[in-house]
Design a protein around this ligand. Structure first.
Ligand SMILES: Nc1ncnc2c1ncn2[C@@H]1O[C@H](COP(=O)(O)OP(=O)(O)O)[C@@H](O)[C@H]1O
Ligand SMILES: [Mg+2]
Length: 481
């Protein structure tokens, strides 16, 4: 390989076709006089040499007369053929290696003629991409070697996992959740497809070591909460954001709440409904409140008889564990009610307790607009560290991407998705576009603090647990029956 050109941070290398096979995301070292430059391969193309078109055309027109032997006394044919077959490797500058440290503030270029170019050893890249910490998570393979990240680099951070459907996002999310739990962290999962409960089983169906630390909560079944614990503020939020209640009705609702509190000493949903129906008020407001409270009642999520306390559940997970909130059976507004409740409880509980990780799949389906910014600012400060998983990247606001510390990018082919991601991520647009477009299933581009800002393409490892991500298929189902 030889250096052809450098344009800003793009470096083009010429290579012959029989050189070692490269993959997008591989690292190369360009060494000259003891100094080393580190570049990352993002694509490969045919070299566009001057006169190639004319040459190829000539070749094409002479194909018919090939049978007649050509006279080539100096045997330049093979050399020309080789030139025409030259490949152009497009790579990105990642830094200059000085005393084992990667620096991108140093101005130095290797010689075009004399430098030696070779594949970087995986251990060098692993070393350079290491973030601080000692809680190792084995993530998968990179350049033929194992690749690990540290649990600490997710701690206190905002992480996004995105990519097309079926590419392995939830699989990676499960890997992160189980590793965090193993290290004693507490995780709350908003499980929109009901697939995380499988983590308590091994592939052969027996119980996994984690089964005792995973708690699956199904709203309306084993997850019912009391109105009182929910508090007036949460209820007002639910009425305002989920049920679009006008502010005049909200004011009336607060009045009723205090009234019930004074009269019965305990606020219950039944008490509220009764009070709304009996107290004197504007008829249209009564109707508005009553229909909404009855709708809340029909969710069967609020139960003032035998409520579950989120605080107690958390106490049980003191040494690490995951609360998996199965939203797969809830209706859209039911999901939003549950999420409003959980987030508001978490915010007040965490003021004097250890932080939690919040894994939210397809959060745009149940997270109200004002929560996005709240999650990345206020809630992060009180100790809720979100991991968002989505196949619709444009549903996550720009501002959230800009704040993201870690991004795991799986394949996207749609150009508008790629444009959106390229604009917002922590790495140059070309790297995102060229690498991500060509990623096969189960491979992802890791960007951000987890990899010390050195983009790495990782093939995510398997999990020995039931991941339940499979799409239920018609034809295989009838075969099983
Ligand atoms: N690294 C992996 N190793 C083994 N199986 C995987 C891996 N990644 C994904 N899968 C499997 O591929 C399927 C789709 O993955 P999933 O994570 O559910 O995709 P997504 O959430 O991106 O739609 C699932 O059956 C999952 O178990
Ligand atoms: Mg998924």
């Amino acid at each position: 390989m030889k250096i052809l050109s450098k344009n800003n941070d793009t470096i083009e290398l010429l290579a012959s076709p029989d050189e070692e096979l490269l993959e997008r995301g591989d690292y190369l070292v360009i060494e000259d006089n003891g100094r080393k430059l580190l570049v990352q391969v993002i694509d490969i193309e045919y070299a566009d040499l001057p006169g190639i078109l004319e040459d190829t055309l000539r070749e094409l027109s002479s194909e018919d007369v090939k049978k007649i032997s050509m006279i080539d006394p100096y045997s330049v044919g093979s050399l020309l053929a080789k030139l025409r077959e030259a490949r152009l490797i497009i790579a990105k500058f990642r830094g200059v290696l000085i005393n084992g440290e990667l620096r991108n503030d140093v101005l130095w270029l290797p010689s075009r003629l004399n430098s030696r170019i070779y594949k970087a050893s995986p251990s060098l890249i692993v070393e350079l991409s290491k973030s601080c910490g000692r809680r190792v998570i084995l993530m998968g393979e990179f350049m033929g070697d194992w690749f690990t990240i540290n649990a600490e680099s997710l701690d206190g951070r905002l992480t996004i996992i995105t990519g097309k459907k079926e590419m392995g996002k939830s699989h990676l999310a499960k890997l992160l959740v189980t590793s965090l739990v193993e290290y004693g962290a507490r995780v709350v999962v908003f499980d929109i497809n009901g697939e995380y409960k499988g983590l308590s089983l091994k592939i052969d169906g027996s119980e996994s070591e984690l089964s005792e630390r995973l708690m699956v909560l199904v709203p309306g079944e084993n997850f019912k909460v009391s109105i009182e614990e929910a508090s007036l503020k949460t209820l007002l939020d639910i009425l305002r954001y989920v049920y679009d209640t006008p502010s005049s009705s909200l004011r009336e609702f607060s009045r009723i709440w205090y009234l019930v509190e004074r009269t019965y000493k305990k606020v219950t949903l039944k008490g509220l409904i009764e009070a709304v129906s009996k107290t004197q008020m504007n008829e249209s407001i009564r109707e508005a409140l009553l229909s909404r409270l009855l709708s809340l009642e029909s969710l069967e999520f609020f139960d003032d008889g035998e409520p579950v306390s989120l605080e107690e559940l958390f106490r049980d997970l003191e040494y690490g564990g995951a609360l998996i909130i199965d939203l797969s059976r809830s209706l859209p507004h039911g999901r939003r009610v549950v999420v409003e409740y959980v987030l508001s409880r978490l915010s007040s509980m965490l003021k004097n307790s250890l932080p939690v990780f919040l894994l939210a799949e397809e959060a745009h389906l149940y997270l109200r607009d004002t929560y996005w910014d709240d999650l990345v600012t206020r809630m992060r400060h009180i100790g809720i560290f979100p991991i968002f998983v989505t196949n619709q990247p444009d549903m996550i606001p720009d501002s959230v991407y800009r704040q993201a510390d870690n991004i795991f990018l799986f394949n996207f082919t749609n150009d508008s998705d790629l444009d959106y991601l390229a604009k917002a991520s922590r790495v140059d647009a070309e790297t995102v576009k060229r690498i991500v477009k060509a990623l096969p299933q189960r491979k992802c581009l890791v960007i951000g603090r987890v990899v010390n800002d050195l983009p790495i393409v990782v093939k995510v490892r398997e999990l020995m647990l039931k991941t339940m991500g499979e799409t239920k298929l018609f034809f295989t189902s009838i075969r099983e029956q």
